[in-house]
Design a protein around this ligand. Structure first.
Ligand code: THU
Length: 146
């Protein structure tokens, strides 16, 4: 199924409205497109003891994987301070990039960093995590970088 970037970004924007961020007030939404066309959304969820906080991207990945879905094509990410008039580009943190590396092909997985459905930047996972360490390094499958 072809990727509808605008629709994926709209779903990320909606997911962002559910962000639970009483400590940072920085709200992130993600919409993860699986190879079968299903979309798994996520928001960031914080904790009073801080370290259990989970990013929007990992929320989306863990929802999908916990439902048996492991093949992904793209993720749209939106983020910014609560109440911001206009969002800025929000790049995924290193931990989330590593989780992407676990399940996605670095050459083909598309990461859309969006301000709005009309304004976004697109990267591959390889661009955001060059020479990433992944399952292939432990002999699980084919190497994904040269
Ligand atoms: N956060 C995400 O959810 N995704 C990102 O890509 C960057 C950071 C969250 C974590 C925390 O709840 C808040 O944004 C501030 O770091």
């Amino acid at each position: 199924m072809p990727l509808d970037e605008k629709e994926l970004i709209r779903q990320a924007l909606k997911a962002r409205t559910y962000a639970y961020t009483p400590y940072s007030n920085f709200q992130v939404g993600a919409a993860l497109l699986a190879a079968d066309g299903r979309v798994f959304t996520g928001c960031n969820i914080e904790s009073a003891s801080y370290t259990p906080s989970n990013c929007a991207e990992r929320t989306a990945f863990f929802k999908a994987v916990s439902e048996g879905v492991r093949d992904f094509k793209a993720i749209a990410i939106v983020g910014g301070p609560e109440g911001a008039e206009k969002l800025d580009i929000c790049a995924p943190c290193g931990v989330c990039r590593q989780v992407m590396m676990e399940f996605c092909d670095p050459e083909t997985f598309r990461i859309l960093l969006a301000v709005s459905p009309e304004e976004y930047q697109e990267y591959t996972l390889k661009q955001l995590l060059p020479m990433g360490f992944g399952p292939e390094n432990l002999g699980k499958g084919k190497m994904k970088y040269d």
